[in-house]
Design a protein around this ligand. Structure first.
Ligand SMILES: [Zn+2]
Length: 591
């Protein structure tokens, strides 16, 4: 923690008439001790002569016997001006002049009024402070609008903002609007993909640089998201009838702030409250300060966001930059949000059906399919779709369909070499396949995969070939399954007819499913155990038979496959353990 000794400041007021009391000389003002926690101190780097604005809420502590008040929990602090000329923090710096009603001195005045109700001059100051915000019409600063109403309640003014991002989050049955609560599974019955509801969210920024997340109404269909993206994203809108849910800080919302940081510094100079045009010009030449370390979570309704008619895209709008997977995989930055278009080659649900647990996708794009790929680049990359990311029904459908689709990923976090889809990420189907005349978006057929080597990564795809050196007999079995839904819950009825308990259909001849896992030895990976779960067609070819009569393995000597050569097979990398020795678990797939 950092303790700083401050002097509460009545900021200079170059543009206000001097009817207010002449400022008290600095000797009259009691010094103030302000405690910043580690993160806030690192963000502010407070130095002597800096002016720092401390936004509510904070707490004050009076210590008996000390004439110094102490201010604690100052998580919402910004440097207004810096003593060092090289780094002028400009954001979000509602300037000291305009902030006057909230200077610490005034707030202490307010506290004293509550305590004594005697001090009339302080009371007047407070009234003056409140009057400052009761202007009709709309304001341009989120902080002004939010601070004008205090801790909670409805923001009465409409605020002019730019919608930087539109996304949706899975919505639980209750609609409290808390972004924390939907991570908790409340019901024992997990929602199915079809009835998962999603809530529309927008990330907005005002012309002073401040951000807020606004949670809006539930979407009737998950696919409605695109409509709102087209209507709102990049546009200047009026926000109205919104409520403050909570303040959120970088420490607990790293993904959100990762996105905010990627929109920083702003593309156009930001406004500074209380500056004359000439000052504005001077300020705009200054370097933008660090990105905000806090923002507000607001909630509203569909009507809370109203685009200003006939406005082109706002110059403040920071559109997502679409990059190739090659560019992204080559980047050395540890964790950053990014956007790209890729083809999903394979998907794997981690638990339950898609739409419930995490979904892992193996993806590629033309940049990773170039004939020659240099360096440590792999031909496929892994995407983890976190449960906080809302999948639209059209994307879910495309994952279940056998055809491959180009899918756009927006504001996905690249972390530890994989792409993580989080709350703010938007996954959508690309509307059209690449046109025939442009080969740019085309993948080679068949798609190129890496041959299995020791650098393989989990949830990627590879090709493998080798000699079978072992059979996992515990996993060698076959069973009858429903031809329609794949369920193994079949009932035998008279006349050799089966009834599927799951989908209630009647079957003459159920499909036979086979499971067989073998241990492969690959010449290039001698010290490694490679275990692969084979597909039915491969098992049948190994057993030299066209079908398994009666759905039984009996009569087939599983041991007879030892020494047979397999591959090259396409495989999904399920699991890798590197200690005590390299062990790779694969699953054969069809592309
Ligand atoms: Zn069935």
């Amino acid at each position: 923690m950092r303790l700083v000794r401050c002097e509460p400041c009545t900021p200079p007021m170059p543009h206000t008439e001097g009817h207010r009391d002449e400022q008290a000389s600095s000797e009259d003002r009691a010094p103030l001790l302000v405690l910043f926690n580690k993160e806030t101190a690192a963000q502010l780097n407070p130095l002597p002569k800096d002016v720092i604005h401390i936004y509510p809420p904070w707490q004050s502590l009076s210590v008996e016997g000390s004439d110094c008040d102490i201010i604690l929990n100052t998580h919402f602090s910004q440097k207004v001006s810096s003593s060092s000329k090289s780094s002028v923090a400009s954001l979000p710096s509602p300037s000291a002049q305009k902030r006057m009603p909230y200077s610490l001195e005034k707030v202490f005045g307010l506290l004293e009024v509550c305590a004594t109700t005697e001090d009339h001059s302080s009371k007047q100051d407070v009234q003056h402070a409140i009057g400052h915000f009761s202007l009709p019409g709309h304001c341009q600063s989120l902080l002004d609008a939010i601070e004008a109403l205090g801790q909670a309640g409805c923001v009465g003014h409409s605020v002019e903002v730019v919608v930087q991002r539109v996304y949706s989050i899975p919505a639980p049955d209750f609609c409290s609007g808390s972004i924390l609560k939907h991570r908790i599974k409340t019901s024992a019955v997990a929602p199915t993909a079809e009835n998962t509801r999603t809530r529309l969210c927008v990330l907005v920024q005002d012309s002073y640089g401040m951000f807020s997340v606004v949670q809006l109404h539930l979407l009737a269909s998950t696919d409605d998201l695109q409509k709102y993206c087209q209507m709102w994203q990049g546009k200047t809108c009026l926000l109205r009838a919104i409520k403050v849910v909570q303040r959120i800080t970088r420490e607990r919302h790293t993904w959100l702030f990762g996105l905010i940081h990627s929109l920083w510094p702003p593309l156009v100079p930001l406004k500074h409250l209380g500056c004359t045009p000439s000052l504005q010009t001077m300020q705009s030449e200054k370097v933008a300060g660090p990105p905000p370390s806090f923002c507000y979570l607001l909630c509203g309704q569909e009507s809370s966001v109203e685009p200003i008619e006939d406005q082109p895209t706002s110059p403040l709008y920071f559109a997502p930059t679409v990059q190739t997977l090659k560019e992204l995989m080559q980047s050395e930055v540890k964790s950053f949000p990014c956007s790209f278009v890729a083809t999903v080659l394979h998907h794997k649900k981690q638990m339950g059906n898609i739409g419930q647990g995490e979904v892992w996708l193996a993806i590629t794009d033309p940049s990773l399919q170039e004939e020659r790929l240099e360096g440590p680049l792999r031909r496929t990359a892994a995407v983890c779709v976190n449960t906080s990311c809302a999948l639209t029904s059209s994307v879910l459908e495309s994952l279940h369909s056998p055809a491959t689709h180009r899918i756009s990923f927006r504001d996905v976090v690249k972390e530890h070499g994989i792409f993580l889809c989080t709350e703010q990420s938007v996954i959508s189907l690309c509307p059209t396949e690449p046109s025939a005349q442009s080969s740019l978006g085309m993948l080679p057929k068949p798609v190129r995969l890496d041959a299995l080597d020791s650098g393989v990564t989990p949830s990627s795809l590879c090709t493998v070939s080798g000699v079978i050196v072992g059979v996992d007999e515990n996993t060698a079995y076959s069973w009858p399954a429903c031809n329609h839904c794949g369920s193994d819950r079949l009932e035998m009825l008279p006349q050799q007819i089966f009834h599927c308990v799951s989908c209630k259909s009647f079957l003459d001849k159920p499909e036979t499913r086979i499971q067989l896992e073998v241990i492969l030895s690959q010449a290039s990976l001698m010290d490694c155990t490679i275990k692969i779960k084979l597909q039915k067609k491969t098992v049948l070819s190994l057993l030299n038979t066209a079908s398994l009569e009666g759905g039984e393995f009996s009569g087939y000597d599983v041991e007879s496959v030892l020494g047979k050569e397999l591959g090259p097979l396409n495989a999904y990398v399920r699991l890798i353990t590197r200690k005590p020795s390299l062990w790779i678990g694969l699953e054969e797939i069809s592309l």
